[in-house]
Design a binder for this molecule. Structure first.
Ligand code: NAD
Length: 372
């Protein structure tokens, strides 16, 4: 794996490195970790990679790696959103598969451009919609798709954080600065940063697509040009109604992603801050709680746990499940050039859908209100 981004002081790059290497299928061997060549070299030392493979910029990494006999197989993108597109395109054009962090790109137009390049090159493109890697999320997906809940009739998904309750970006906090700058974050603020997770989780588990939305986006903290709070009504493609809300100004909230999905036979409930439990409330019979590590889940889900009951796994292991499936897809490609990306890994379709959601939520916000 070659990484772009993930230099000193960055948030998610080091998490990707830990997760990718967890199962021994992947090794970080190259990177362009910062826009600053000295910082990139320094990060290379921290990650224990050979000095000649800590590159000054991503263009140099693609060019030099593509000429090596022991070249990287894929590029992992962990930079701010505005450079996801050029980095992904450069990687694909040099023959490397891509694993990108979300959102796929900064805008819908960019996502469509990327989709065309992915299709033309035929290379693998995966997106780390992290929460899709939690075994109990996948168990929820398997149950739902097998019809355990019956017809889906209502969906509620929330993702609330409080870390942008004040104008943190004006203090220079690195992660807040670029997320509140449309030039680096893209079209969406909270909707692009965490709304895409909520949207993807809903479609990933329900197996349904969101067909229509009615959105209300706000910039609650003065001085922001991007949204920091979003409330969206939605209709699934089977007509089922739903609600999605995301906020980064929900003071005191940490990383409260929740999915509530109701069918004719019952409703399932999963919460990221307590990811070891999946609760299913059945209509007319007692509720069931599925525990992480339990052997009563499907064989596929059992294989996604690394530890037995009662031993906590978390975000890094969820990321690692996505990487493991991505690595399996690359291995399959070694033997069969027509092998496709595992359907457990969100790909370019999920990237375009989530960017369509962001674009529509932003451009249609605040239409259709009436006064009381
Ligand atoms: P960050 O600001 O902490 O780190 C970004 C890193 O990219 C820095 O090291 C910076 O120097 C580097 N960088 C910027 N431009 C570069 C370039 N042209 N070439 C090489 N390096 C460059 O940001 P972050 O919070 O880690 O977010 C990074 C990405 O990951 C974003 O797209 C964000 O949406 C996504 N993210 C996803 C999750 C998740 O749950 N999946 C969580 C956090 C962040």
């Amino acid at each position: 794996m070659g990484m772009v981004g993930g230099g000193a002081g960055s948030f998610i790059g080091p998490v990707h490195r830990m997760a990718a290497e967890l199962d021994g299928d992947i090794e970080l061997v190259a990177g362009a970790f910062s826009q600053d060549p000295a910082r990139s070299r320094q990060a290379g030392e921290t990650y224990h990679i050979s000095p000649d493979r800590a590159y000054a910029n991503y263009q140099e990494m693609m060019e030099r790696e593509s000429k090596r006999a022991d070249a990287i197989d894929f590029v992992c993108i962990v930079t701010p959103n505005h450079v996801h597109l050029p980095i992904a395109v450069a990687a694909l054009e040099h023959g490397f598969h891509v694993m990108s962090d979300k959102p796929a790109t900064a805008t819908l137009k960019e996502a469509e451009t990327l989709e065309a390049v992915v299709r033309r090159t035929g290379l693998l493109y995966g997106l780390t919609f992290t929460y899709t890697g939690f075994p109990l999320v996948r168990e929820a997906r398997r149950m739902t798709r097998a019809g355990a809940l019956g017809k889906i009739r209502k969906a509620v998904v929330q993702y609330s954080q409080g870390w942008l309750s004040s104008s943190l970006e004006t203090t220079g906090q690195k992660q807040a600065v670029w997320r509140s700058d449309p030039g680096q974050a893209g079209q969406g603020g909270a909707i692009g940063d965490i709304g895409v997770h909520a949207f993807n989780l809903l479609e990933y588990v329900s197996g349904r697509q969101v067909a229509e939305i009615c959105s209300d986006l706000s910039s609650v903290v003065a001085g922001r040009s991007l949204d920091d709070d979003c409330n969206v009504l939605l209709k699934l493609d089977n007509g089922a109604p739903g609600v999605l809300f995301v906020s980064q100004i929900a003071a005191g909230d940490r990383n409260d992603l929740q999915l509530h999905l109701y069918g004719e036979k019952g409703g399932l409930h999963w919460r990221q801050e307590d990811p070891h439990y999946l609760l299913v409330n059945w209509a007319g019979k007692p509720s069931e709680t599925f525990h992480a590590g339990g052997d009563y889940v499907s064989a596929e889900t059992r294989a996604e746990f690394r530890l037995p009951l009662g031993h906590a796994e978390g975000l890094i292991e969820a990321f690692a499940n996505i990487y493991r499936d991505f690595a399996k897809s690359i291995h399959a490609r070694f033997n069969d050039p027509s092998a496709q990306l595992s359907d457990l890994v969100p790909g370019i379709d999920a990237g375009v859908r989530s960017m369509t959601f962001v674009e529509r939520a932003v451009t249609n916000s605040r239409k259709g209100w009436c006064a009381l």
